[in-house]
Design a protein around this ligand. Sequence first.
Ligand code: DGL
Length: 279
Amino acid sequence: MTTDSGQQRIGIFDSGVGGLTVLRELYRQLPNESILYFGDTARLPYGTRAASEIVHFVREIMAWLIAQDVKMVIMACNTSSALAMEMVQAEFDIPVLGVILPGAQAAVQQGKRIGVIATPATAASNAYRNAILEMNDACRVWQVSCPAFVPLVEQNRIDDPYTYEVAREYLAPLIQQRIDTLIYGCTHYPLLAPVLRSLLPTGVQLIDPAVRVVAAAARELELLGLRNPGNALPTRFCVSGASQQFAELSVHWLGCTPAVEKIALPTVVRSPVSIESAE
Ligand code: DGL
C-alpha cells in the first residue's frame, strides 16, 4: 500500500441515488474522510431482482472498490446488505458495514411496534424482522414491500401526487397496526421524508439506518487506527450508467453538481470453475 491507510477513501455503494442519504451522514459525522461513491445505475432497481443476481452484482462492486484501494466499504443499500452480507464477509478481507443491523438496533431502542418499508427483495429476505426479533423478541414487526418508491425517487417525482397516492397505500396497513416506529428499509426512502411524514401519525418515530451505520463506521475506523489524519479529498462519484443523468438528479440532494465518471465493473465469473474440473 503506497498511501497512509488513514488517507485512503471509504467506498460506499448503492444501485442509484439512495446511497446519497448515507453520504450526507458521512459528511456530517466524518467530515475528514474521503469518499468513493458508486451507483450501479445501469442495473437499478435492485429490489425487484433475484437474490442470486444481487449477490453477483455486489461481488463485482466489491472487487472494483477494493481495486480502487478503499480502506472500508459501507453498503449504502439495504437490499445488498440484506442479501449479500454473508457472501461479502466470507469472500472479502476488508472492513464492511451494512445498514440492516444498525437500523434494527436503532428501532428496538425506540419502540415496540415496528414497521419496515423496504424493497421487495429486502422485505422477502426478512432481514429486518429477524434482526429485530433477535434483539428483542417482545417487539412486533410489520414489513411492507414498496416497489414503486425507488423508480419514483430516481425519476425525481417526490412532489408528484401519484407518489402521495402510492405512499398512502403502502403506509395504510402499518398505520392500521398502530406502529410506533418506522424504519426506512431502503436508502432511497429518506428522500421521501416530506411525503411519508405528512401521511404518518405524529407520534411515529422514523428511523434512518444511515445515522447508525455511519456512527458504527466511525467507531470501527477509530478502533482500527484508520481515521484520516488530514483533510478530506473531494468525493469521487462513479456510476455504471449515464453519468449526466446521475449528476442532474443528485444535485437536488447534494446542493451542487458533482463530477461523475462512468466506469465499467470487472466481470466476475458467476460460479468459478476450477482448472481441474474444467479439464
Ligand atoms: N437503495 C437500495 C436499498 O436500500 C436499493 C434500491 C433498489 O435499487 O431497488 O435497498
